[in-house]
Design a protein. Structure first.
Length: 224
């Protein structure tokens, strides 16, 4: 760290909010937005998570990755095709037998010089905005859909009168239409069914095809 700023290393399992607080404590600016991301650094790197006008890869200096064989390496942002909620290894870094497929083990973040009190104040404002606009009182997985170019998924969903619409225990949040909340009894099948219903309704009424921001692993079962 010097007068211009510094670089911090963060493991993939560290909570994003913790990074924001750590950076502020050490007078480093640029990571405050991470306080509003309810996940870990590994996930933020994998999907270029962002909020309030900032994205993870804007502050990435380089990343540490590990492959199937357990080999650890350093990769630069130039090694990836980085877009909105999308991070893909360039073709030359992957092959058909997966031997070059690698997972993020951590990231080096390049931050500017700042003042702790100012940074803490900014984090507090961001968190207050999040509490005001998002349904944090109920279990959810964050924003469900990516924002289409020039528009917002929440606006499109709301325009289709889907706020409060539910399947089983899963409901489109009345507070923020791009959140699906568990009202107490939702299972994975309820949530997936609601996602599909929202996508089809928005497509039919607006012509927009909403793309999921959340990633579904495996297949839900109705009796799960």
């Amino acid at each position: 760290q010097d007068q211009a700023g510094g670089v911090i290393y963060v493991g993939a399992g560290v909570a994003c909010a913790k990074v924001a607080r750590f950076a502020a404590l050490h007078n480093l600016a640029g990571a405050e937005f991470l306080a509003g991301i309810p996940g870990t650094v590994g996930g933020a790197l994998a999907m270029n998570a962002g909020c309030y006008g900032s994205e993870t890869w804007e502050i990435v200096d380089c990343v540490q990755v590990i492959n199937y064989a357990g080999k650890v390496a350093i990769r630069n942002p130039e090694d990836y095709q980085i877009g909105y909620r999308s991070v893909v290894s360039r073709p030359e870094l992957t092959n058909s037998n997966n031997s070059n497929t690698a997972w993020f083990a951590g990231g080096y973040f390049k931050l500017e010089r700042g003042e702790e009190l100012d940074l803490r104040r900014k984090i507090k404002l961001l968190l207050a905005k999040r509490v005001e606009s998002q349904p944090l009182n109920l279990p959810n997985a964050g924003s469900v859909f990516r924002n289409p170019p020039g528009d917002h998924a929440a606006r499109l969903i709301e325009s289709c009168d889907l706020k409060g619409f539910s399947i089983g225990g899963a409901m489109v949040s009345p507070k923020h239409a791009n959140f699906i909340v568990n009202t107490g009894s939702a299972n994975a099948a309820d949530i997936e069914a609601l996602i599909i219903q929202v996508q089809s309704t928005v497509k039919e009424k607006t012509g927009y095809e909403l793309i999921q921001e959340v990633r579904i692993i495996g297949h839900a079962r109705g009796d799960s």
